[in-house]
Design a binder for this molecule. Structure first.
Ligand code: TYD
Ligand code: MG
Length: 455
């Protein structure tokens, strides 16, 4: 029997149970239940006896008050991911690996916004004020009127924010905050949930936009209970491959905008530079295209982005050949390899396969299937694709090449960057901006790659 008032909270999914167990009944994780003291049994509501209710005040769908203007921070790539600026009174959770540049990005956002007259505060629970100031100075933001504080006590932060009127507040990070109303340690589910709950309430009540930094676990999820993701209005992920300067801001949830929008940055000595034309950045335009490379004409959010797929197919030295993929889905790679084997007569059974998306971008569009297949076939056949050719199209298990969305924008972007032809789904053949080699079956496309007169 559990002690009175004790609940066992899973540190992974946040579900509360009345008895301790080795495995969480909510998410199946092992050894994640931790005892936390609660004044009420889990799931119970506040006492109902004698409580008075106001009754629901229903409203129509039409706006009576126009929505408040968004805060344009001046960091356009950030504003774009927000859906056209930060919504006053909204709460945003920003997750990302340690060292990816979350603090840098948010200092830049706060600094630029403050220069435009937005009242900004930056509260760090991880670094001292001098450290935060030093970073801002290196980024050339010393003149920006951002108010800095180093604090981890939730009570102090909330009181401080009530005393002064801010438009935008950055909290770095939610895992460092602790509330004296709870016994659990900082970073525990109870504390993270309490801190997020309190700050979201404050945001809504006082019309302050709050941006919370969230640490991520080894698996890449934002640490702490999923409930925090449900509490906030938007969840963004800041991503970047180690060794590359490019950083991608991606919306995972957004109540005020589309979630497929991305912001592209380049990390430099003076902070993050915005990349307005990502295509030029992810492409290797110098020299002949080597065998195994195919330029994919993709769409990220609302923008077309050209990026190079690089494949290497090599004899395997071991019994089990290796499959390694960076920037693309390994399940999708397995599927494309299977289709190449079954429908196009290429064999990978005794060969290692490496696939890499250049520049550190992560591609999730099915439209990239044909580009991956072309890169793999090009390496397997040792035949380079023409230098001026882009590739896109979805591949079905039966080996068909299917049309994809926004084919016109893809072709136009490719033409703008000097490409002259495309290997694409068949029904595009009549398109005028580029010379399109249409393929209705993957085997047709692969045969083309193997032909010497293709160039
Ligand atoms: P940081 O914002 O501290 O990462 P996070 O808050 O996500 O942990 O950024 C850390 C990295 O960024 C660090 O390795 C140094 C690098 N950096 C630059 O390259 N240029 C800069 O101007 C700044 C401020 C940081
Ligand atoms: Mg940081």
């Amino acid at each position: 029997m559990a002690r009175d008032g004790a609940v066992y909270v899973c540190q992974s999914c946040g579900s509360a149970q009345s008895k301790w167990a080795g495995q969480c009944a909510g998410c199946g994780a092992w050894n994640t239940l931790v005892e936390e003291v609660s004044s009420r049994p889990p799931g119970a509501m506040a006492p109902a006896k004698g409580a008075r209710t106001r009754g629901l005040a229903f409203e129509g769908l039409e706006d009576e008050v126009p929505p408040p203007a968004r805060i344009a921070t001046g960091v356009e790539e950030f504003d774009r991911v927000c859906g056209g600026g930060v919504v006053p009174g909204s709460a945003i959770l920003l997750g990302g690996d340690p060292g990816v540049g979350k603090s840098t990005l948010l200092m830049q956002v706060a600094g630029h916004a403050a220069r435009r007259g937005v009242a900004c505060a930056y509260i760090s629970g991880e670094e001292a004020v001098e450290q935060v100031r030093g970073r801002a100075q290196r980024m050339g933001l010393s003149d920006a009127p951002v108010k800095l504080a180093a604090e981890t006590s939730l009570r102090e932060i909330v009181e401080g924010l009530k005393r002064e009127k801010f438009d935008l507040v950055v909290i770095d990070s939610i895992q460092t905050l602790w509330s004296d109303a709870h016994e659990a340690g900082p970073g525990s589910v109870t504390q993270v949930r309490a801190a997020a709950g309190e700050l979201v309430r404050l945001a809504k009540k006082r019309g302050v936009a709050v941006i919370l930094v969230g640490h991520v676990t080894k698996e890449g999820a934002i640490a702490g209970p999923r409930v925090v993701e449900h509490m906030v209005d938007a969840v963004f992920a800041f991503e970047g491959e180690r060794g590359y300067p490019f950083r991608i801001l991606r919306g995972a949830k957004n109540r005020f905008g589309a979630t497929d929008e991305i912001g592209v940055f380049e990390m430099g000595d003076a902070g993050l530079a915005e990349v307005k034309n990502p295509s030029a950045l992810f492409l290797n335009t110098a020299g002949e295209r080597a065998a195994g490379a195919a330029v994919f004409a993709g769409i990220e959010g609302s923008r077309p982005v050209l990026v190079e797929f690089q494949a290497l197919v090599a004899p395997s030295a071991y019994g089990t050949p290796r499959r390694a993929v960076v920037g693309w889905d390994s399940g999708r790679l397995a599927m494309v390899l299977a289709v190449l084997e079954a429908r196009c007569g290429l064999h990978f059974g005794d060969r290692d396969v490496y696939l890499n998306v250049a520049g550190g971008l992560r591609i999730s569009e099915p439209a990239a299937d044909l580009a991956a297949a072309a890169a793999l076939a090009s390496s397997a056949l040792d035949e380079a694709l023409p230098q001026d050719c882009v590739v896109f199209g979805e591949i079905s298990l039966s080996g068909e090449v299917r049309p994809v969305s926004r084919m016109d924008s893809r072709l136009k972007e490719a033409a703008k960057l000097g490409f002259r032809r495309a290997l694409a789904p068949a029904d595009l053949e009549s398109a005028s901006v580029l010379r399109v080699t249409g393929a209705s079956r993957l085997s047709d496309a692969i045969r083309r790659i193997g032909e010497a007169d293709w160039k």
